[in-house]
Design a protein around this ligand. Structure first.
Ligand code: SAM
Ligand code: SF4
Length: 361
């Protein structure tokens, strides 16, 4: 049995998807609005807990234990759950992991999800290692936007940070994505002092030259390792200061950059060459944005997570495999998310012990 679809007379929100304001009531009564009146409009779906890299800020050097394949959601289950989330007002889905491109058949999954009515935006975050071959099929299957992680342009440093990764295939992947015609391609770099702080300006120059948006991401204490400490942790204010050494920056409030996530964007102009740059800073810890959070996460094993900083609240896989109907799934999701936590407390040294790859970052 399916839920009634959106009624024509319900007012459409004045909130942009991913927008910063609180939800306005009354709204579509089937949409998810938590006790803080934050509307859940964005789902990050982990398609696998496996990864071909072991980035030093994401997981330990020896890697992490992966779950048996039978415990992962299959594509039919993922599609069914995304359909339920869309009924509940989710308009954007981002595929992540682990590394989404190591999941066999991921292009078929994209095709199934892209066909869901009401899903406005389907995106993926990838390390780009397998993108050279997959960019075009993914685009053709209906993937609209891509974020590609790249922490440095120094091949040796790249191999060190990613522990076994390699820069050339990622650069080839970026080029293939540009040729494939995605609606937007952004580059993601986690900033860590001593790890890649000297790589930020070369990354800016690369992004400016390639006309790609660069996002510099503050390290979050997840999977807790040696990076969480005053020697390595770098607040975005410092990353911005480094960029300012070569680029004149001014806030970009144009709203032109698609995605509407937590990044604050700036326009840069190179002080010598005049080359233009679009750069976003994600300050999850130093300038946390929990009060405008519009997202939830679904792990590769089907666990619903209201916040990166908390444990999963519900196994949707177990419900599905026990034969739950869409109505029952909807009720369970609504119950689980009604009390979505008001925010994380990483600033008070409260780390999450699971790795980002296992959670689905
Ligand atoms: N494997 C894909 C990738 O690396 O793009 C997708 C999954 S990865 C967990 C998603 C994003 O989380 C990447 O941009 C990665 O750099 C970022 N990330 C991983 N661990 C992080 C941490 N502890 N703090 C902040 N960002 C992190
Ligand atoms: Fe893998 Fe992405 Fe984590 Fe790196 S950040 S180890 S590529 S999941």
């Amino acid at each position: 049995m399916s839920l009634p679809s959106r009624c024509a007379e319900w007012p459409t929100s004045r909130l942009a998807i991913g927008g910063a304001a609180r939800a306005e009531l009354p709204r579509n009564p089937f949409e998810l609005v938590d006790l803080q009146r934050r509307r859940v409009a964005y789902l990050r779906l982990s398609v696998t807990d496996r990864c071909n890299y072991r980035c030093s800020y994401c997981m330990p050097a020896q890697g992490v234990d992966v779950v048996p394949r039978a415990e992962l959601l299959n594509f039919e289950e993922m599609t069914k759950l995304v359909r339920v989330f869309v009924q509940l007002g989710v308009r954007r889905v981002r595929l992540t992991g682990g590394e989404p491109l190591v999941r066999r058949g991921v292009v078929d999954l994209v095709q199934q999800l892209a066909a869901i009515p009401g899903l406005d935006d389907l995106a993926m975050t990838t390390n780009g290692h397998l993108l050279a071959e997959l960019a075009e099929p993914l685009r053709k299957a209906g993937l609209q936007r891509l974020n590609i992680s790249i922490d440095t342009l120094d091949p040796q440093k790249f191999a060190e940070v990613s522990r076994g990764g390699a820069l050339p295939p990622v650069l080839d992947g970026i080029a293939a994505a540009q040729r494939a015609g995605f609606a937007s391609i952004k580059l993601n770099a986690v900033t860590l002092r001593g790890l890649n702080d000297d790589a930020l300006l070369p990354l800016c120059d690369f992004a400016a030259r390639e006309k790609l948006v660069l996002r510099l991401i503050e390290y979050m204490p997840i999977g807790v390792d040696a990076h969480w400490g005053p020697e390595t942790w770098m607040p975005v204010a410092q990353a911005r200061a480094r960029v300012s050494a070569a680029y004149a920056l001014e806030p970009d409030d144009s709203g032109e950059i698609p995605g509407g996530g937590p990044a604050r964007y700036w326009r840069g102009r190179h002080l010598q060459t005049g080359q233009e740059l679009r750069v976003g800073f994600i300050a999850a810890v130093s300038e946390k944005f929990c009060e405008t959070c519009n997202r939830v996460r679904l792990s590769a094993t089907g666990t619903l997570r209201e916040c990166l900083s908390t444990r999963g609240v519900l196994s949707l896989r177990d419900l599905l495999r026990a034969g739950a109907t869409e109505v029952e799934l909807t009720a369970a999701i609504r119950d689980a998310l009604a009390g979505k936590v008001d925010g994380h407390h990483y600033d008070a040294a409260e780390p999450t012990l699971e790795s980002m790859s296992a959670i689905g970052g």
